[in-house]
Design a binder for this molecule. Sequence first.
Ligand code: NDP
Length: 450
Amino acid sequence: MNAATHTALHDFMQKIEKRNPNEPEFQQAVAEVATSVLPYIQDKPLYREARILERMTEPDRVIMFRVVWEDDDGNVQINRGYRVQNNNAIGPYKGGLRFHPSVNLSVLKFLAFEQTFKNSLTGLPMGGGKGGADFNPKGRSNNEVMRFCQAYMTELERHIGEGTDVPAGDIGVGAREIGYLFGQHKRLSNQFTGVLTGKGLEYGGSLVRTEATGYGAVYFLEDMLKHRGKDIEGCVATISGSGNVALYAAEKVAQLGGKAVTLSDSSGFIHDPEGIAGDKLAWVKALKEQRRGRISEYAEEFGVEFFPGERPWKIPCDVALPCATQNELSGSDAQTLVDNGCMAVSEGANMPTDQEGLDIFVSNHIMFAPSKAANAGGVAVSGLEMSQNSVGISWEEDELDRRLRTIMRGIHEQCVEYGSGDNGYVNYLKGANIAGFNKVANAMLAYGVM
Ligand code: NDP
């Protein structure tokens, strides 16, 4: 980066920090993108004069609302609901809903911003959005979750629609919550439309959507390894999380001949040197999806070690897949992975690696797939769910998996195109940021000043 670009980046980030105080996650996500995009647009006056990047950092709209519901004891509970509609230059807003106590405006603005680039990379006509609430479904009864979802959708309903904004699941919002949310939307609007994705197969859902994010992150990993003449077969993989993304990442690693040896949740991680696959993986799916239990139970069931309060990055591995949450992989974790010989990292979660970690991976020439590229498989199949809904058809599993594979390959190719350096190292973060930016920026230019 030359001195002029360095100054431009510094000035740009100062303005972002001033306009968005107390929003560290949002500032972090913008800095990650600006570091790649500002040098790229230095000699492109069209983008600079139209202030496209600045416009992209200002959401089209932020909706914040009160969600009031009654718990099982008849107490009135109050939560805060959100929907950040970041950018609809290339299609209706699209992005998940997160129900977690850590949800706040900074987290959702970062996620909606990232989503805009990710959706662009898929090649499908989807803008970027994200929403949710500071509601904690953990420990709540089914009826409480249902009442909360109904109260949340009662306000959200007026802001979303098939051609406007199409939410999906994320942390804390799985098949059960999507069912309650879709049901309430249908009741209020008196319309059966594809206004949410991740729906059950009985009411407009798509095959492969459940698996898509985890599978996609491993497909991307496979493409990175192939690009360097390597293969997943025989690789030891450390995975964090034990939710939707982590479990299907573990499944795909096993299908491709690798061995996933860790899973985690917010209480710690388990290490199974024999590998988590087949019956063991089916057991974890039942634990998490049906019994809503803790990952420590795996250690008791299969006699392996549980590390309370820790993350799995100290376990030696060939490849790592952080699939839990943001900033779960620090600079020192990244250094440990590098020291232990890890050659590739594919981010299943959104922004799981912090800035220091990114710098360590890139400076050590680790193959590093940033979330906006690696975990785009989920929203890609959501896009395919929207297509199926709009024409009233259902594709077969093979067809959807083939399309998912093709989309992930296309994203990899775009990253290589824009991220390859003279030394042969592919900076996938740079590649994803620039490729994602281009399409949205060109659409925004076409619309004029708005
Ligand atoms: P789930 O709710 O299914 O699972 C989340 C997992 O991460 C759980 O194991 C959870 O543990 C763990 N976790 C959550 N918060 C923390 C925390 N603060 N510290 C440690 N562990 C934590 O969510 P998903 O699998 O759907 O999402 C995981 C990540 O992937 C998120 O970053 C999400 O934004 C991203 N993503 C998801 C997509 C999808 O299709 N679902 C699409 C693209 C990205 P516990 O149960 O103890 O909280």
